[in-house]
Write a protein that binds this ligand. Structure first.
Ligand code: NDP
Length: 337
């Protein structure tokens, strides 16, 4: 018996091609003390592998040419020298792209055949399902009646988002890449609507599908799709930046602000309009003026004399030429009226 493996051969340029991988046969490894040997049954293919192949630092995985590709699998234990696992157990384990692997049990989950088909441990009951569920419930915070839009709607993340949205009483709207995917989203998954981003004008399709705007956008794609949805946000909308698959195969980030670091840093983006905070104005004036009187708060002014110079001063401001608060001294403070 041989262990068939798929190795990482080289970093892809753009979209991955088969030449970025290499097939290999190795001896089936033997389980040492405290380990078990399992036979891979299912290998999960996840978009983030492309980022691992790129050498992205946000994942724990590191790939060097010649190493077996990393990845989640469902496997069956064949031989065990580990007290927690027995031959015959079905497990979710990171065997990577190989038909046999040894594990010391770290991060391994035993699967219950009564719960659901084993393959779901890599999909809707695995990492992608958790992503969709937790991301929507705890970051998206959908409310009954609100509109939740999700891209890549028919994949494991997207289908979880859409169905959780529906089940909490929100209105799920999908974005997907074919009419067939959209029909599936509506007819099988219970989305209220689904728009095909490859057909027609996405902005117009979204406007029709989301007449009251978008309360939650769960973004799996980034790029133009994100830009289109940003144009339909309802007041107080929440945006969950989950994935940016559009950029994964690009060697350089796409033009415009690349939002990938927001995902890596688990950061939150929120909109601000000062007029919503007028009730804090008394507090702000009290606090800051006290700091000024105490000499603990400084500022600088960029003063232009003469109203006639105001246009020029304004143009300078708009070129970034000001240094401090731009002001025009129209008349001296001491001038009498
Ligand atoms: P999917 O099964 O949904 O597959 C990816 C889908 O993305 C494609 O089928 C396609 O669907 C869509 N897509 C849109 N634009 C592009 C493009 N330019 N190139 C390729 N595909 C595109 O994947 P998953 O459900 O597993 O993952 C969805 C997203 O969630 C991914 O971005 C993934 O990286 C991310 N993710 C993030 C996690 C996190 O912790 N933040 C964890 C897990 C996943 P269509 O044709 O319908 O547009």
């Amino acid at each position: 018996m041989k262990n068939l493996r798929v190795l990482f051969a080289r970093r892809p340029q753009g979209l991955p091609v088969t030449g970025d991988f290499a097939l290999d046969e190795a001896p089936v490894p033997a389980a040492g003390e405290g380990e078990f040997l399992s036979r891979t049954l299912w290998l999960s293919l996840d978009p983030y592998y492309r980022n691992v192949m790129k050498g992205s630092q946000i994942y724990a995985d590191r790939l060097e040419p010649g190493m077996p590709m990393v990845g989640e699998t469902v496997a069956q234990v064949v031989e065990s020298r580990h007290p927690g696992f027995s031959a015959g157990d079905f497990v979710a384990v990171r065997n990577g792209w190989q038909s046999w692997a040894v594990s010391n049990g770290t991060g391994v989950r035993k699967l219950d055949p009564a719960m659901a088909p084993f393959s779901t441990a890599l999909g809707v009951l695995g990492m992608p399902g958790l992503t969709g569920y937790a991301g929507l419930v705890y970051l998206g915070e959908p409310k009954p009646g609100q509109t939740v839009v999700v891209s890549a709607a028919t994949g494991p993340v997207g289908c979880t988002v859409g169905q959780v949205a529906r089940l909490v009483g929100a209105r799920a709207v999908g974005i997907a890449g074919s009419d067939e995917k959209c029909a599936y989203a509506v007819q099988e998954l219970g989305f209220a609507a689904c728009v095909n981003h490859r057909r027609g004008d996405l902005k117009a399709s979204l406007a029709a599908a989301c007449p009251d705007g978008v309360d939650v956008y769960f973004d799996n794609v980034g790029g133009d799709t994100l830009a289109a949805v940003l144009g339909r946000l309802a007041l107080g909308a929440r945006i969950v930046l989950c994935g940016m698959i559009e950029a994964y195969s690009m060697d350089a980030p796409p033009p415009g602000p690349f939002l990938g670091p927001v995902v890596g840093a688990r950061a939150t983006m929120k909109g601000l309009v000062v007029y919503d905070w007028l009730h804090k104005a008394d507090e702000q004036r009290r606090v800051v003026s006290a700091w000024i009187r105490e000499g603990r708060f400084r500022w600088r002014e960029d003063v232009t004399d003469g109203l006639e110079h105001a246009p020029e001063a304004f143009c300078r401001l708009m070129r970034g030429g000001n240094f401090g608060k731009a002001l025009v001294r129209v008349a001296p403070e001491t001038a009498s009226s």
